[in-house]
Write a protein that binds this ligand. Sequence first.
Ligand code: PA5
Length: 476
Amino acid sequence: MVHYDDPAWQIAQRIRFDFNNLMADTIGEAHGFTEAALARETEAALAALAAVQARRDTGWLRWMGLPYQPVDDLLAMAADVRARFKNFIVLGIGGSALGTIALKDALLHPYHNQLPDDARGGPRLYVLDNIDPDWLLALLDVLDPAETCFNVITKSGSTAETMSQFLWTRGLLVDRLGEGRYADHVIATTDAARGSLRPLVDQESYRSFMVPDGVGGRFSVLSAVGLLPAAVAGIDIRGLLAGAAYADRISATPYLWQNAALMYALTQHLAYRRGKPLSVMMPYAQGLRTVADWYAQLWAESLGKAQDHQGQLVHVGPTPIKALGATDQHSQVQLYIEGPHDKIFTFVTVEKFASELPIPAWRTGQSAVDYLGGHTINELLAAEAEGTALALAAAGRPNATFKMPTLNAFTLGQFFYLLEMATAISGELYNIDAFDQPGVEGGKDRAYALLGRPGYEAQRAEIETLRQKRKARYEI
Ligand code: PA5
């Protein structure tokens, strides 16, 4: 039994932020930060932190209260789904899907869906976060909708991708089970009162959960959005929340040098101001690959903004780039080490994996092979991570590492919350609203107009004007 409240255990599970390779001492003053430079920025960083903390649990910062929510209802629903269904499918996109994908990849068996039923101990978990018709239809080759529970997740209830998936899967269920029985296969996660899905929940008597008020999509992984699929798959959601609560406490610390979220936000922001608009996140763990996807959305959608708090046009925002160690050492690292000085790097390492894999010794007489025997794959991965960080540092490339002691629900919950806090603080440092997404709405509105949704006639007229300007010779 894990004691999440045990301080010694918590300290052993604490994620460390090692920023040695951001500092001028290590990489030189041209691209590194001096302690004096950080000292000059400390007041602004603390003011950003205070501005976030002052608004906690109000407005769009209600995600800060998620670590403390009760989860009995979620666990009861999960137990029911586990007992009755072979498959659990999430229908959602963006913030309604990326957290679940990250949870699945980080905390479940890598081949969860292929495991035999008794070894898996719960339903297979699929997340449909796209609308490629071939990809959607292919699902019917591997599962039976009659054995499947569909969790439609959309805060707004109007996202065309999600709602069209829902209409499609509802049609499948009605065909197989009839109008009277299909609703039992649907769980809706949506706003408590607003949006187009909630009235359907009431009309069709779907079981449902709320995306709480003041919790935006990309900050919702620790709400029912991510927690229900996680619990259904058997992930320890109390552990996730305990980790997030632990990160909440650390992130509230008003000392720059003790607060990883604050130091991360500040150093990323300083790098941006110093001509490094590209921010690479490169975990060295296969299971964290899609945690980098989740982070990329959080960072990009929150911080890429046209206007500042005063309404001035600023067009700011760092560009997140996802990479995976060691895989992308053989794909991107050449550019990172010798290309333009326009990037800051964040590695994520896992110090102790669940298993250790020895490399067998075989004396072949080939020196490039023989030295590997007797080491472990774990040692090799750690050496690759450290080697890449050192090579970047030697080339004057600022890089830092989040060090996870192990990968488990507690450390992942910590990491989610730490990065959410860093994002909220960054919003203050950039002087922008980190919680809206007017740019995304623009694309959505035009798609609605193209499909003839009422109320979007003006956008339709604008599209027709643009279409008339198209020239055939510009398409070859
Ligand atoms: O972070 C966000 O707000 C977005 O990525 C949304 O999650 C995404 O657009 C899906 O929206 P909804 O949950 O309303 O369907």
